[in-house]
Design a protein around this ligand. Structure first.
Ligand code: ADP
Ligand code: MG
Length: 488
């Protein structure tokens, strides 16, 4: 805790220094607004503030290295038999997926994907050359009534949407089910819901096997289909990428969206905690890396804004890595910093609801802001007007853009350390390997992928290919159902 207190003191001193420097600038800035066409020069107080932002969110190469080493030792601990001593912050859940597709698999396969309130069912065809063709896709949303009602009603609804896509005359209708809620899995086709998240409260589901509930509902409705594989979105992303080996061998599946998580391929011999005697071959491990360095921070270096987010969150002292990395939080970090800058006189829009309301400033706003390369940041100006922040000065816009850049850059560099940990764990540092990534943060944030690559290079990882995977959570489930049901 001493380190944290020190940090807080340093942060406090910084804020005071910034405030003193800023008081005069505030009035100057108000009187002296640059027009959108005039030449852009940065006032010294803003230059100083931007330098402090950069410093606060900086991730030097040795910090990336420490993330890599810290993650690796937690991976090891998470795979070992629990000793009753300090448990790993990373769960390392066995997925029971122990066959990796080659791209040669063929046939019709089905997927059910429940990521939140949206549900998708798909009929897909694997072409045997690494490509998946969508034959049918149905999307529906799970109503508030179903989210708060009884299990049977919810699972009957899901069964009906499966009924919409299956071929009743086919010999077997095997479904892969991607269920993005925390489940306790004991084999590939069953898993108990630990706890509902994302607003769901459907009764009599927690503690139950969701696959069994669904297969029972299918039977009740006389629908000839069966869920044979249960996975999460990271595993789906990995499997989906592995099916198309044209870019190289896939070693991991990463999610960088609302949250962050990763899965990778581990040798069974290394999964000490696995109770089965089998030690040959491999198995996909769902790391749950978002919880890295929790409950206490010992590797991550949180700012005062990160500590505020953690303190005010419903899951205090959990998911520390996720809270510094993923889409749900980056915008909130920027908002908290803006509140501080407003108090110090650097940002004169403190009454905007986007600045006042927690989580109202989304990570997608940061993307918009960073995309502007004009001299006077005119697109930032136009964008801010759309969210009711009018009459910003160039100084304010530049400060905001640099803040967004620093927060996103930190996120990507932390991720580079985590990816290196997986690559190293698999002994693939010197071989070309594909890391499959899904999620809006990775897909849409300008420069984000490049920042991860740069971080990897700095610590000597030059052979990692970052590959964007879309639809991985659906396709991956269907491919996994095909691979796991084959009798070879
Ligand atoms: P999920 O992770 O829930 O499956 P997504 O992959 O779509 O869904 O990620 C949604 C998250 O990504 C949101 O938290 C949002 O803030 C962030 N996000 C959405 N659009 C963008 C964007 N254009 N740039 C950066 N982040 C974005
Ligand atoms: Mg997703």
């Amino acid at each position: 805790m001493d380190r944290l207190n020190d940090k807080r003191i340093v942060a406090g001193v910084t804020v005071v220094a910034v405030m003193v420097g800023a008081a005069a600038m505030f009035f100057l800035n108000k009187r002296n607004r640059t027009s959108l066409t005039s030449r852009s020069t940065l006032q010294p107080a803003y230059e100083q503030a931007i330098a402090q932002i950069k410093q606060k969110f900086e991730v030097p190469t040795d910090y990336i290295q420490r993330i890599k080493e810290g993650m690796e030792s937690e991976f090891k601990l998470g795979l070992s038999k629990p000793t009753g001593e300090k448990p790993s912050s990373i769960k390392m859940l066995p997925s029971f997926i122990d066959r990796i597709p080659t791209g040669h698999e063929t046939g019709i396969s089905y997927a059910l994907d429940i990521g939140g309130s949206n549900l998708r069912t798909m009929k897909l065809e694997l072409d045997g050359h690494g490509k998946v063709k969508t034959i049918l896709i149905r999307k529906s949303s799970i109503s508030h009534e179903l989210q708060t009602g009884d299990a049977d009603a919810l699972f009957d609804f899901i069964a009906a949407s499966i009924g919409d896509v299956v071929d009743e005359t086919a010999e077997s209708n095997n479904f892969g089910f991607t269920f993005s809620f925390p489940v306790d899995q004991t084999d590939v086709s069953s898993g108990k819901l630990i706890k509902w998240t994302k607003g769901f409260q459907t009764k009599n589901v927690e503690g139950q096997d969701v696959v069994e509930l669904l297969n029972n509902a299918l039977e009740r409705s006389g629908i000839r289909a069966k869920v044979t594989v249960l996975i999460n979105d990271t595993v789906g992303t990995l499997i989906s990428s592995a099916y198309d080996p044209s870019d190289g061998e896939t070693v991991a599946g990463v999610i960088l969206g609302t949250g962050t998580n990763a899965s990778y391929i581990e040798s069974k011999a290394n999964i000490e905690k696995l109770e089965t005697g089998e030690k040959e071959g491999v198995m996909v491990i769902n790391t749950e890396w978002g919880n890295f360095d929790s409950p206490a921070y010992s590797v991550l270096e949180p700012t005062e804004f990160d500590l505020t987010i953690d303190k005010n969150s419903p899951n205090f002292s959990c998911q520390h890595f996720e809270k510094m990395v993923s889409g749900m939080y980056l915008g909130e970090i920027v908002r908290l910093a803006l509140v501080d800058f407003a108090e110090a006189g650097f940002f004169s829009h403190r009454n905007s609801s986007y600045i006042l309301t927690p989580y109202r400033f989304g990570t997608e706003f940061m993307s918009e802001i960073e995309r502007d390369d004009t001299m006077q940041l005119i697109h930032v100006d136009a964008f801010l007007k759309r969210i009711d922040i009018n009459n910003t000065s160039y100084q304010e816009r530049k400060l905001l853009k640099e803040l967004c850049h620093a927060v996103a850059l930190r996120s990507a560099r932390l991720v580079s350390g985590a990816i290196a940990a997986i690559v190293d764990r698999m002994g693939k540092k010197d071989t070309k390997s594909v890391v499959a990534i899904d999620g809006a943060l990775f897909e849409h944030y300008p420069g984000y992928a490049g920042h991860i690559e740069q971080g990897l290079k700095e610590i000597g990882y030059n052979n990692v290919v970052l590959k964007l995977i879309k639809e991985g959570s659906g396709y991956g489930a269907a491919i996994a159902a095909n691979v796991m049901s084959s009798t070879e």
